[in-house]
Design a protein around this ligand. Sequence first.
Ligand code: DLZ
Length: 200
Amino acid sequence: MASLKGPGEAQQHDGSALRIGIVHARWNTTIIEPLIAGTKAKLLASGVKESNIVIQSVPGSWELPIACSKLYSASQIQSTTSSSLGAGDLLGSSTTDLTALSLDNKGSSITSSGPFDAIIAIGVLIKGETMHFEYIAEAVSHGLMRVQLDTGVPLIFGLLTVLNEEQAKARAGITSGSHNHGEDWGNAAVELGVKRREWA
Ligand code: DLZ
């Protein structure tokens, strides 16, 4: 029987013309990595070209909104100047020195250009003994929504806010029989990327 939860039967959308950004936190890396893998697998399965998937990391989830905002505005600048965009140090870069940077953390540059059709923000917040979790979860959620509405680029909410590691593993598809939520985020990015072009 189909599960009550979840986005329903995956809709098929052609992602072959899309350019997708993934910005992920490095905190809780063992959970983050399978989530990125699940996200990427669905992007590729929808036809998104590997060269059109740009992955950038930041230290923690707190940094996700500013990084998504910068990544998007940098890609817009690139589309108007046709320069080679980079963002190895995305948060520290000014709009004038973008050409000197490289777009992923390993120093490779991207060959494609143009603004992103969707950006996926991935982070894992695990509740501790203090109020830290509540403050970050709320601020980051609001921040990501703000970036999405301010820029008009669909921003997929890949922020897990869980009470313990077990819950995190179960949402990253690590525990037996569990579902990798990254797959849903990849599908959502393609659907929204395609729809955004239709809405334009
Ligand atoms: C400091 C912190 C803590 C305690 N927990 C998490 C977490 O569970 N998940 C996460 O993504 N980041 C965490 N961080 C780091 C903050 O998000 C942020 O990177 C730092 O406070 C520096 O701004």
